[in-house]
Write a protein that binds this ligand. Structure first.
Ligand code: BG6
Length: 518
């Protein structure tokens, strides 16, 4: 069979699999007036409809405090699509058909009567599936998660036993602010729903390139056998962002880079890159392996934090030629704030495969460019043959998984420069999503919403996973001990964090790899 026919066949299998499992249902979005709904959720639902992936019948109800009619909410969503949809212009017939299924329910999240009204609304739908297969999307402030779940339970919209139908809660981050609060939240939610009904979002898991980590590792034979302490010198994971905190200062003051990015996105990428092969690709085996990995990440004692974790905060500067104000002068930020906008860490995984291999993570705002990538740096060869030409340091092999942008994978190796003699130089092999699959990449939220509708929890975070990740973050915070930032912890916007972050690697003769934008 021709190569592309083969590929088409595989894709068709996946689509058939999805179609079979999508049952008619009602989605209720709490926090319907918010940014996430406009920017991500509704464009994702619209695209799923456009691509024929939504159930044969569905309803969407926006729930929020503001008084407005269904018609005016639809008009807002139509505008949001024009601004944020990944495909333009908006397809009018698709939008019209979609909009007919969209409704609005005004209410206060803490008001029992509002949930009674919501229940009544849902009961007015024509089929038992639309009345009882219910997906509740909690795009609200975290303090409301258990309030909403409790009210849904009281209004008999959320049941622990399903009688042939299903109800699910999709929960946005942040899931707690430390281990204690996450445990408490988990405990409260399980009063109203089973763990299997709770879908905790980490939108990084919806990214194609992040899902491809497991495929790359376990559907190929040549890399996995090198994926261990014998062959790997160290691993670097960078998630850098050009932008400052912008209008999110209020949220960020409560979070900081550690809670905003490292607790979730970086920990998830780290787990996928380093976990053992699961016994199958079902939700529980995959999540079991992630939990095992996170539990073998070495916890730092408070006195070890300074030597292994660097925090930073951006001062004013220039990012790619554009002026960027200091974090402390951003709106809704305390002018004396000690919140970190950058964090870099050197971590160790105490298991058989990775013992002794440093894992470096870094993430921050107002950095020189936006890029997320994983670099697996292999050990050098014994340099007995080329020492005369290259000196003692022959460039070692490295594999870079570019998660975004310029999605792809590169392998760096040493080649001979053509010509007389033995000039050597690093060269690369590239795989690029764009040239292999075309520019089409679904948004993370499309995949995640569809999986939540189907009930596939593989790409959602399980209770014990979230708790493990908080334990690591808490161990770092304990080392910072509420101390103010030191002079050396500030970095001018547009730099790769404070110098201390470089020293984390240079002290052992290593260096960060600078991601390059295409
Ligand atoms: C969010 C963080 O979870 O992820 C933001 O709250 C961050 O601060 C964003 O900007 C990054 O996501 P992406 O998909 O743009 O890499």
């Amino acid at each position: 069979m021709h190569h592309t026919e083969d590929m088409d066949e595989l894709m068709t299998c996946r689509l058939d699999h999805v179609r079979k499992a999508v049952e008619p249902c009602t989605l209720v979005i709490f926090g319907a007036s918010g940014d996430l709904t406009a920017r991500k959720l509704v464009p994702a639902l619209y695209h799923l409809s456009k691509d024929g992936q939504m159930p044969s019948d569905f309803r969407i109800i926006g729930f929020a405090r503001r008084e407005k009619s269904a018609a005016s909410w639809r008009a807002e969503l139509r505008e949001a699509l024009a601004a944020f949809s990944r495909s333009q212009p908006v397809d009018e017939p698709v939008w019209e058909a979609f909009a007919q299924r969209v409704d609005y329910c005004q209410g206060d999240l803490g008001d029992a009567a509002a949930y009674a009204k919501l229940a009544e609304h849902i009961q007015s739908f024509p089929t038992p599936e639309l009345q009882q297969n219910l997906l509740f999307y909690l795009a609200t402030s975290p303090s409301q998660f258990s309030v909403v779940a409790g009210h849904l339970h009281e209004a008999k919209l959320l049941h622990r036993d399903n009688h042939g139908f299903w109800q699910r809660l999709v929960i946005e981050k942040p899931f707690g602010r430390d281990l204690d609060s996450a445990r408490k939240l988990n405990h409260e939610l399980t009063r109203f729903a089973h763990e299997q009904q709770v879908f905790r979002i980490d939108h990084y898991l919806g990214k194609e390139t992040v899902q491809n980590i497991l495929t790359f590792r376990f559907a190929n034979s040549i890399f996995e056998r090198l994926w261990n302490r014998d062959a790997v010198d160290h691993i670097q994971i960078t998630v850098s962002e050009k932008l400052g905190v912008g209008s999110r200062g209020g949220y960020y003051e409560e979070a900081g880079a550690l809670r905003d990015m490292l607790q979730n996105h970086l920990m998830q990428v780290l787990a996928l890159v380093t976990m053992e092969p699961p016994v199958s690709l079902d939700a529980e085996p995959v999540r079991d392996e992630k939990v095992k990995l996170l539990s073998s990440l070495r916890r730092l004692r408070p006195d070890q934090v300074a030597a292994n974790v660097v925090r930073g905060q951006y001062r004013e500067g220039f990012v790619a030629g554009e002026a960027q104000a200091a974090y402390r002068s951003e709106s809704k930020v305390n002018p004396q704030s000690n919140v970190e906008t950058f964090v870099a860490a050197k971590l160790f995984i105490d298991n058989w495969r990775w013992a002794g291999v440093p894992i470096y993570l870094r993430t921050g705002k107002a950095l020189p460019l936006s890029a997320s990538e994983v670099r697996v740096q292999f050990k050098p060869t014994p340099n007995v043959l080329f020492a005369a030409q290259c000196g003692p340091l022959l460039d070692a092999n490295a594999l870079t998984l570019r998660l975004q942008p310029d999605e792809g994978i590169s392998l760096r190796f040493t080649g001979k420069v053509p010509g007389v003699g033995y000039g050597l130089r690093p060269v690369r092999m590239h795989f690029s999503y764009d040239s292999e699959f075309g520019a089409y990449t679904p948004e993370a939220y499309e995949r995640l919403l569809l999986d939540a509708i189907i009930g596939d929890a593989t790409l959602f975070i399980r209770r014990d996973e979230v708790e493990q990740a908080w334990e690591i973050v808490d161990s770092i915070r304990a080392g910072w001990d509420g101390l103010p930032l030191d002079k050396r912890e500030f970095y001018p916007a547009g730099n790769w964090g404070p110098h201390l972050a470089d020293e984390l690697l240079t002290q052992s003769g290593r260096a960060w790899r600078e991601p390059r934008n295409p």
